[in-house]
Write a protein that binds this ligand. Structure first.
Ligand code: BEZ
Length: 211
């Protein structure tokens, strides 16, 4: 059975470019992004890992630990990191798992046999501090992911976790958010002192609480 939202993210211990890693210990009490790419020394993956490295401060600010994965061996990862740093003007500091025996790939359903029998697809999981899977996305090998979108989702998830609000379509940081249906309007008036815009009883906006 493949993983679904709300499932507990499986723990694992794996070899990585930063040494042996236990996933839960690596995450500690923070959030996590675990993402796979098809192969080392490939162009789209090079840009993805570079972009992730350049966003380090943004992930740190949100208490998010990043962990990449492919089924290539450790020595290949180490050589490729030098290329990523050189070509993307970055410093890859997050670990890249060398999942040669596909243990982690199989745990997380990162191999889609009809796409490739051997390589992981571009899977990405956001894991909450409770170790539950909060988001799963899968991209084809030919499309690089948008890591600003990953940060946007993390912002939305953290707002929901901390303030009982959801975020509307195309929401961006700083824009009005939506009061979740579980909060009554009577409670919302007290909880959101910046005010409510009640468009319908089920559609209630409030300014972003943490701004
Ligand atoms: C890439 O990262 O560029 C890539 C990897 C596998 C297939 C196609 C592109």
């Amino acid at each position: 059975m493949s993983l679904r939202l709300g499932d507990t993210a499986p723990n694992f211990t794996a070899s990585s470019s930063a040494g042996t890693i236990n996933f839960y210990e690596y995450l500690a009490d923070g959030w996590g992004v675990l993402f796979s790419h098809p192969a080392d020394y490939t162009p789209v993956c090079t840009t993805e890992l570079g972009r992730t490295a350049l966003l380090k401060q943004e992930f740190d600010k949100r208490n998010v630990k990043v962990l990449a994965l492919s089924v290539d061996p450790l020595d290949k990862h180490k050589g490729w990191i030098k290329d990523i740093n050189e070509t993307q003007n970055c410093s890859v500091e997050f670990p890249i798992i060398a999942d040669e025996d596909k243990t982690v790939a199989n745990l997380y359903g990162m191999i889609h046999p009809n796409a490739s029998e051997t390589f992981t697809v571009r899977s990405l999981f956001i894991i909450g501090p409770d170790k539950k899977v909060k988001l799963m996305i899968t991209y084809p090998a030919s499309t690089g992911r948008n890591f600003h979108e990953v940060l946007r989702v993390i912002d939305s998830l953290q707002l929901t976790a901390n303030h009982s609000v959801a975020t509307p379509a195309n929401w961006n940081d700083g824009e009005d958010v939506i009061v979740v249906p579980a909060v009554s309007t009577e409670d919302a008036v007290k909880k959101f002192p910046k005010g409510l815009n009640i468009v319908k009883p089920y559609l209630r906006y409030t300014p972003q609480p943490n701004k």
